[in-house]
Design a protein around this ligand. Structure first.
Ligand code: FAD
Length: 498
């Protein structure tokens, strides 16, 4: 008889596990609390215009590159159209008006960066070679079981980004430019491991794409594939309890009172939310305490821009602006100097797009700034909250307009969200952008394992391996390899791509 697997949360991690297990004979049921699946892949409409809330761009998606292989295995390729960002400048940075760009691919990247820093050309090549070695050292990231250099991976999980860059480069500005993508993983100086930087840089430098029409196309494709293999995906159903007997989980309870029996439960939710669902002696107090005290990545304030018709040229690149010469410490702002930096992107609707219809500006925001409104209902938090958001949005737009003066004239109207929005929509602790933070100064006990203290209750999603499309999909393989071997899943991925 088919094993019955209940997945709590229809974010990327839950849906990807759902596809893997449904393909392999499990009877899969996904329960998503929101009316829309996808978690951070959700999009929303206002006045007929579409906006992206989380995932905005993806990398390594050319045939034969790793994300392409994973998406192909998950049957997303063919159902989703990807449009590549400008290869000559997929990332643009402004440090107080000093502009730099990244080009796609090893040679082009080294060549372009060397034009700004000619004396560092050899060091830029050394850096690139190291990044490649680290990215290939993990069998899961390279999708090749023969690639597994644990010593190298471990070494660079324990060194900070700045420490490694200091050992390679002399030029301070070059080190800052290399870290210009920090917002993609909320990197913190002296804390975030160099391996996180290496994976993200390598992932996007191989090739960078936007999902045509918005990243919700990925979650819809995964949902359809689960259904194709006989599984179910239910929205508007919040799991309120994981029911256990003396040894394991047996069922979950839904907020409408329904009970769904389970041979296996996979939780695609933040660990702090998970422990709230389990009232069993199987979860000891020490585990509860550890899961509720994990360090979080910073949250973000988003300003969603609706542009006037035919006014804002579409930018086929991402734009990062810093109100300082360095990308570091943007999370350590005061109310006077916020925002210290931002990331600005447009929604892609078609190839060779001429005009943008919507875009988003993201800037770090700590949960403390909005804690006073915690518990208020979405959309009814009060006029003081609306006023707070308007002030922040105006400041953020002012900062972007210093680099891109044409922006203000292009905006028809804007909408906003805060860390509170992410807490309420996804359940991620403190509305953090990328879930649990990695910190080289903390012991391995600050890392979240996919196994829990209950044998048939597993975790998946951005908190167990890493965030982002690749981090979460690799995390889904880690979770599912508890049920089938990792080798078998990697073989299936290889077979799907032959
Ligand atoms: C602003 C922002 C920008 C980003 N940009 C990018 C990008 O450009 N590229 C990229 O690759 N990544 C990006 N990311 C990261 C990426 O979107 C996330 O890492 C990833 O989508 C997380 O997926 P997940 O499945 O782990 O969690 P989530 O997306 O948080 O999904 C968890 C799901 O569980 C549901 N849930 C929670 N509790 C319950 C319950 N009790 N019952 C039922 N359902 C429940 C939630 O509603 C949610 O749908 C971005 C993230 C943010 C916040």
């Amino acid at each position: 008889m088919k094993k019955n697997c209940v997945i709590i949360g229809g974010g990327l991690g839950g849906l990807a596990c759902g596809v893997i297990l449904a393909r392999n004979g499990y009877d899969v049921t996904v329960f998503e609390q929101n009316h829309q699946i996808g978690g951070c892949l959700q999009c929303f409409y206002r006045k007929g215009t579409k906006f992206e809330t989380g995932m905005h761009f993806i990398g390594s998606a050319l045939p034969n590159q790793n994300l392409y292989k994973l998406l192909n295995y998950l049957e997303v390729v063919g159902n989703v159209t990807l449009n590549q960002l400008d290869q000559n400048r997929y990332e643009r940075f402004s440090f107080k008006g000093n502009k730099f760009e990244f080009a796609t691919g090893k040679e082009a990247f080294i060549e372009k960066l060397s034009q700004y820093f000619p004396r560092e050309k050899d060091n830029i090549a050394t850096y690139y070679n190291l990044v490649e070695r680290i990215s290939n050292a993990s069998s899961l990231h390279s999708l090749d079981p023969t690639h597994n250099d644990v010593a190298l991976s471990t070494k660079y999980q324990l060194c900070s980004i700045n420490e490694v860059l200091d050992s390679i480069f002399d030029d301070e500005m070059l080190k800052n430019v290399i870290c210009g993508e920090n917002p993609l993983f909320a990197a913190e100086r002296d804390k975030t491991p160099f391996s996180s930087h290496a994976f993200i840089f390598d992932f996007y430098n191989q090739s960078a794409f936007r999902v045509q029409g918005g990243s919700d196309a990925i979650s819809l494709s995964l949902q359809n594939t689960i259904k194709k293999y006989g599984g179910n995906v239910f929205t508007g159903r919040r799991v309120t309890k994981i029911i256990c007997n003396d040894t394991q989980a047996t069922a979950v309870e839904i907020d409408n009172g329904e009970i769904a029996n389970a041979d296996l439960v996979i939780a695609n939710i933040h660990p702090a939310r998970l422990i709230e669902l389990v009232d069993s002696h199987l979860i000891r107090n020490a585990y509860r305490k550890r899961m509720s005290e994990l360090p979080e990545t910073v949250g973000c304030f988003s300003t969603y821009l609706k542009f006037k018709h035919g006014k804002q040229p579409y930018y086929n690149y991402n734009f990062y602006g810093y109100d300082q010469m360095s990308p570091w410490y943007c999370e350590n702002y005061s109310q006077d100097n916020w925002p210290r930096g931002y990331l600005y992107m447009h929604l892609n609707e078609k190839p060779q797009q001429q005009w943008a219809t919507s875009g988003v500006i993201l800037s770090y925001m700590n949960f403390d700034d909005v804690a006073q409104w915690k518990g208020t209902p979405v959309g009814q938090r009060g006029e003081d909250y609306e006023q707070f958001k308007r002030e922040k949005a105006e400041r953020l737009i002012d900062l972007v307009a210093r680099d891109l003066p044409e922006l203000k004239d292009s905006i028809e109207c804007y909408y906003t969200s805060t860390p509170l929005t992410y807490l309420d929509y996804t359940g991620t602790e403190d509305g953090s952008m990328y879930g649990v933070a990695k910190d080289i100064n903390l012991s391995m006990s600050s890392r979240v394992h996919h196994r829990t203290k209950i044998p048939n209750l597993l975790l998946t999603g951005q908190n167990i391996n890493s965030h982002g499309i690749l981090g979460v999909l690799v995390g889904s393989i880690v979770t599912c390899s508890e049920l089938m071997s990792e080798k078998e899943i990697l073989k299936q991925i290889k077979d799907a791509n032959e």
